[in-house]
Design a protein around this ligand. Structure first.
Ligand SMILES: [Zn+2]
Length: 57
């Protein structure tokens, strides 16, 4: 099970082996993290800020 670093609190986050980009993981610090692939093709985490629909106004 890979362990990534929480971008918010800096503590380790255990990511399931079968985690897919787009998967959401709730961390102990209370933030929801989104799994994504960075430009190198590695799994990484970023804070999930909800569905941001940009339909314009
Ligand atoms: Zn955290």
């Amino acid at each position: 099970m890979p362990t990534l670093k929480c971008p918010v609190c800096g503590n380790p986050v255990e990511v399931p082996d079968d985690a897919m980009p787009g998967e959401l993981i709730e961390h102990d610090c209370g933030v929801v993290l989104e799994v994504y692939r960075d430009q190198n093709g590695n799994l990484a985490l970023r804070p999930f800020e909800g569905v941001q629909e940009d339909w314009g106004e």
